[in-house]
Design a protein around this ligand. Structure first.
Ligand code: MG
Length: 158
């Protein structure tokens, strides 16, 4: 078994849809970024790459590459799963923590959990989604950014 951790933060305030964990969230502001700026899927991708010893998302999917402009970040997750499988690993479980002062994510966590589990080919029980505010402190607390941390356990496929 191997463990990986991923973290990401993006600036909030773009005139584009807010995408978190592959879901379009009903909110008037989106996240700035080269791709769709989904901090959850970016942190998840980095956690999986880290667990497998495969570097980081910036190496794998450079934000200077026009092919990833406005890209659906589910592509990064799906491709990383393939890379893990090619190295003989599978994902065991995933624990996600989202840091957002706004919007409130309490009613979205359950749907995101199921969506991430489906994306990863896992039982819902193997994915956990937590949401925290920034306690109105710092850039996240002022609503200037949204962050995410993800821990992933992988093991060797038999
Ligand atoms: Mg990112």
């Amino acid at each position: 078994m191997r463990v990986g951790i991923g973290h990401d933060t993006h600036r909030l305030g773009a005139l584009r849809p807010l995408i978190l964990g592959g879901l379009r969230i009903d909110y008037p502001k989106g996240l700035h970024g080269h791709s769709d700026a989904d901090v959850v899927l970016h942190a998840l991708t980095d956690a999986m790459l880290g667990a497998a010893g495969l570097g980081d998302i910036g190496d794998a999917y450079p934000d200077t590459d026009p092919i990833y402009k406005d890209a659906d970040s589910a592509v990064f997750v799906r491709e990383t799963i393939v890379k893990l499988n090619q190295k003989g690993y599978r994902v065991v479980n995933v624990d996600v923590t989202i840091f957002a002062q706004e919007p409130k994510l309490g009613t979205i966590k359950g749907r995101m959990r199921e969506h991430l589990a489906a994306m990863l080919g896992l039982e819902t029980d193997a994915v956990n989604v937590k949401a925290k505010t920034g306690e109105k402190v710092g850039s996240i607390g002022r609503g200037e950014a949204i962050g995410c941390q993800v821990a992933v356990l992988i093991d060797a496929c038999v």
